[in-house]
Design a binder for this molecule. Structure first.
Ligand SMILES: [Zn+2]
Length: 158
């Protein structure tokens, strides 16, 4: 039987409200505790290739070697990609609609070889650029949740 296009696409719509908890493990917990208690970003370094992962990973993907050396990286870095969001989604962290527009970006922190995803303060596409320098803005009260402990990244004035 050959593949063919269906005459219509069937779409189900339902709301799922499923509370859940999960452990972030040793690496995730140490990373978030340093953010919460010291406003520091920690990375973990591969002993084989030297790649620094932020957020940390237990194993280096290319080497398949256990990462073992913690290193502090900067709270500043560069934007490697971004997207300005103009559609109201429900924020999974709060269950509330997030005000639009907002900007999500990949940021590679100074000293890291990987990037993390977070919000940027800037939402004007004319002022956003790949390669722009940004700095983390920390919340006064921190709980161990990067979505809340780091409010956003803001542009660093050159
Ligand atoms: Zn490696």
């Amino acid at each position: 039987m050959s593949l063919k296009a269906p005459p219509e696409l069937i779409v189900f719509q339902q709301m799922a409200d499923v509370p859940y908890n999960w452990s972030l493990g040793r690496e995730g917990s140490l990373f978030l505790i340093a953010l919460r208690d010291e406003k520091k970003f920690l990375g973990i370094k591969c002993p084989s290739c030297g790649k620094v992962y932020v957020p940390p990973r237990k194993v280096c993907g290319p080497c398949f070697t256990a990462n073992s050396q913690w290193v502090e990286v900067g709270d500043e870095g560069v934007v490697t990609a971004f997207s300005v969001v103009n559609y109201r989604f429900t924020d999974p962290a709060t269950g509330l609609p997030r005000e639009v527009p907002y900007t999500f970006a990949f940021v590679r922190l100074d000293g890291a070889d990987t990037k993390l995803c977070h919000k940027l303060a800037e939402t004007d596409p004319a002022r956003l650029k790949v390669g722009m320098r940004v700095k983390a803005v920390f919340a006064e009260q921190r709980t161990g949740n990067i979505e809340k402990d780091v409010i956003h990244f803001r542009a660093v004035q050159a």
